[in-house]
Ligand binder design. Structure first.
Ligand SMILES: C[S@@+](CC[C@H](N)C(=O)[O-])C[C@H]1O[C@@H](n2cnc3c(N)ncnc32)[C@H](O)[C@@H]1O
Length: 424
């Protein structure tokens, strides 16, 4: 007799599995995938919270969980992808979510396994998930992950990162920094908020300055500890803004830049805000229509146009160009943990090529004696200092004024690189 599930999945698990499937198999960004999955019906706010936690938590720890599954399953690769994902999410709940009793996780996952007609997976799900529930502290014991492993293999399992990334960080940054980066990407980052344009910004800042939970304040931005949640999502004129990104641009002293500034990879305008806050006159462009419309909504006074910065001729000659470059995002895995499962080394090569084309075009467009500011949110020397070094190698008129990187022990949990050049 065929086993068929009749019980629908509980809402948070339905949303999480749909979002994770879209994210991992249709390559959608996790937040976009989650927004789509959440839009399919009215969902209790507690379920929204649990679905979000399952998506981000699972993606942060997916490598560790998959290793655990290989220890209890003869051939996890034989499970259909949706089933393997469901087993992984249930395992994540059992190991990492104290507030969900293990039997509840086993229950929904076993029920879900019956939805594949004729597969007889329920016995397997039951057996594997019960063994995981019996692991107790062993799941948090590093020795469990060392079995038959070289050091890089162990690090890849424990820090839930693909091995090419572990190898690259170790090679490029050395043991101490690589371990700091690996550790940081396992937890959510600090929460950053920007108040530019808020009519009561001054009062709010005076109140906030003494608040014990504030990690840092600068200009119109402040950072709160990871996991800080709000009853309602901040709305304009409040905006979420990575405080580490702010530090990267502030390190280049934007208050001393000359206007007009062309923000040539402006996206939704996160950095545009900081430029405006520094009293600069800005015009902004990006090839992505949706992001540019968000910028227009949030910062209506800014002149914008759609453009590829590798080839565009801007409508005015800029004195300064800000290049918040499209990059591999390996410095912000704490915020976007799906990136580590999707990036390939081929992507890194393609991005480097685009970055150097953008940089070359900027060198031709900026006025003589003007500046180019570069920012990336990645930890990959080829997209950071090596990119700049190669640029300086074939642009005689270019001069490096400053380079900056988020310190590895930053409490913000995100890592940026920035550099300032003068084109003489
Ligand atoms: C790191 S994000 C920018 C974030 C934005 N500056 C902010 O602070 O909100 C990189 C941006 O580069 C844009 N981009 C991608 N390819 C580009 C290209 N060829 N020329 C210009 N921008 C590009 C992406 O659409 C994305 O918005």
């Amino acid at each position: 007799m065929k086993a068929h599930s009749t019980k629908p999945l509980p809402p948070a698990r339905r949303v999480a599995l749909e979002a994770l499937y879209r994210c991992l198999f249709s390559k959608q960004d996790i937040q976009a995938a989650l927004d789509v999955a959440l839009s399919s019906g009215k969902i209790d706010p507690r379920d929204v919270g649990l679905a979000t936690e399952l998506c981000y938590g699972y993606l942060r720890l997916k490598g560790r969980i998959e290793y655990i599954l290989t220890r209890f399953l003869q051939d996890p690769g034989k499970l259909p992808p949706k089933m393997r994902l469901a087993m992984g999410v249930a395992a994540y709940e059992i190991i990492f979510l104290d507030k969900v009793p293990a039997y509840a996780s086993v229950d929904w996952a076993v029920e879900f396994s019956k939805s594949k007609p004729g597969s007889r997976l329920s016995g397997l799900f039951n057996a594997v998930l019960r063994r995981i529930a019996d692991m107790g502290d062993e799941a948090f014991d590093k020795d469990f992950y060392r079995k038959d492993a070289s050091l890089p293999e162990f690090l890849s399992r424990w820090y839930a990162c693909p091995q090419w990334l572990v190898d690259m960080w170790w090679r490029a940054y050395g043991e101490e920094r690589a371990l700091a980066y690996l550790e940081a990407q396992l937890s959510p980052p600090a929460v950053g908020i920007n108040l530019y344009g808020h009519p009561e910004a001054e009062e709010i800042f005076t109140e906030l300055a003494g608040a014990p939970e504030i990690i840092d304040i600068e200009g119109m931005s402040f950072a709160l500890p990871a996991g800080t949640s709000f009853e309602d999502e901040p709305e304009p004129p409040l905006a979420r803004q990575s405080f580490a990104a702010r530090e990267a641009i502030e390190a280049l002293n934007p208050s001393l830049w000359e206007s007009p500034v062309w923000d040539a990879c402006a996206g939704r305008g996160g950095k545009t805000r900081i430029l405006l806050e520094n009293g600069l006159k800005v015009f902004a462009s990006d090839p992505h229509k949706g992001r540019l419309s968000a910028l227009r909504r949030e910062l209506p006074g800014v002149e914008t146009f759609e453009a590829n910065a590798a080839t565009a001729i801007p409508p005015h000659q800029p004195s300064t160009i800000l290049l918040d470059l499209p990059c591999s995002g390996l410095g912000v895995l704490s915020r976007r943990p799906d990136t580590k499962w999707k990036r390939t080394t081929k992507d890194l090569d393609d991005l480097m090529k685009l970055q150097s084309e953008i940089l070359d075009n900027a060198a031709h467009r900026v006025k003589r004696g003007g500046k180019i500011a570069i920012i990336t949110c990645t930890l990959n020397p080829d997209e950071n200092d090596h990119l700049i070094k190669a640029f300086l190698g074939h642009h005689e008129r270019a001069e490096l004024n400053k380079e900056w990187t988020t310190p590895p022990d930053s409490p913000l949990g995100e890592f940026f690189y920035s550099a300032l050049l003068t084109i003489n």
